[in-house]
Design a protein around this ligand. Sequence first.
Ligand code: B12
Length: 323
Amino acid sequence: MADGPGLSVGAAARRIGVAPATLRTWDRRYGITPTDHTPGRPRRYSPADLARLDLMQHALNRGATTADAAAHALAALPPHRDTAQPVPDAGPHDHPVGTLIRIDPGEQATRAGGSTLRLGGAGRRARGLGRAAVALDAGTVHRLLTESIAATGLQVTWDDVVRPVLVAVGQRWADTGAGVEIEHLLSDCVTAAFGAVASTAALPVTTRPVLLAGTPGDQHGLPLVVLAATLTQRGVACQSMGPDLPTVALVAAIRRSGPAVVLLWSQRRSTADQQVLRSLPRTRPRYHRFVGGPGWTGVVLPPQVVHLESLQQALDTISAAAA
Ligand code: B12
């Protein structure tokens, strides 16, 4: 096969996180053609062509339709054959993509390397978040989360924007075994964006903290991040220990902090371990004991342990218990 300089369709597609077929469609339908492409020859993407693809992808991540994103990318970086020309910096922040965002209601699946995220029925922000996450575009993911939290608050952002994308990414993993890197990137950004809100909250009005932790062996813990941020915003002091806390460390933390409430999260049945509950130390004064997460469903609990079954129930019950 004749190879010129630049990246092949496959390599360029991998680089920006779309399927090779998507690049061919962008070329045929929207004119995002490699500058030196001759019909009948393999496409080769130069640095300038890649910069244009990046621009297009960032505009899509911000919610632009494919046609608008292409028009924007072509206007910002018109194709020209003079390869001696410098390539403008095509970073996502240098172009007013926000001005061309328009929602394409028909576009309900986010393309992901030949596969899709099923986001049918999800809103504009969730679709943008899905696109940015699939493209591993952490900057846009973070910005979309921060904007949504500022505009609609923590709970609405979690329920309407983050959860649909997590469910779709989890479903895609169940269907194909792919996308764990997307789960990690999203989780990291969600933890940072929700944590940032908690870090700017006013001083707590409660004295004994609410201790939140995940059971040993379970790496899931995002609902606790959301719970902690929302409780903190309400003036409830929280100590978040994150997921996968060894039992010995949990016991040490309880003895040192004297919490009013302890909540143990388990996403998976295999990590909802009654032994952890039996290891909880007695303290004076006593603390309220709760478990949460799908893992605990159907597990027989000691009498003093209560299973919280939703974010709202957890917020109400824990706020009252910590007061
Ligand atoms: C993000 C994620 C990860 C991240 C977690 C990072 C983190 N910091 O949390 C990483 C990449 C580490 C991960 C790893 C794995 N994961 Co995972 N993961 C997910 C994913 C996509 C989202 C998890 C999440 O936060 N869910 C929360 C929201 C989206 O779910 P929800 O049902 O709407 O949650 C609500 C309820 O839980 C309800 N709720 C009910 N009771 C209570 C109580 C309280 C107190 C609160 C606050 C809320 C609440 O409110 C929640 C939120 O409002 C899910 C998919 C999914 N659908 O959940 C898979 C999923 C949980 N993972 C799964 C699996 C299998 C794994 C792995 C084994 C393999 C893998 N995919 O890599 C490993 C396990 C590693 C380990 N040792 O634990 C399976 C679990 C299957 C099962 N039933 O056991 C899922 C369901 C994917 C799937 N479709 O199969 N994962």
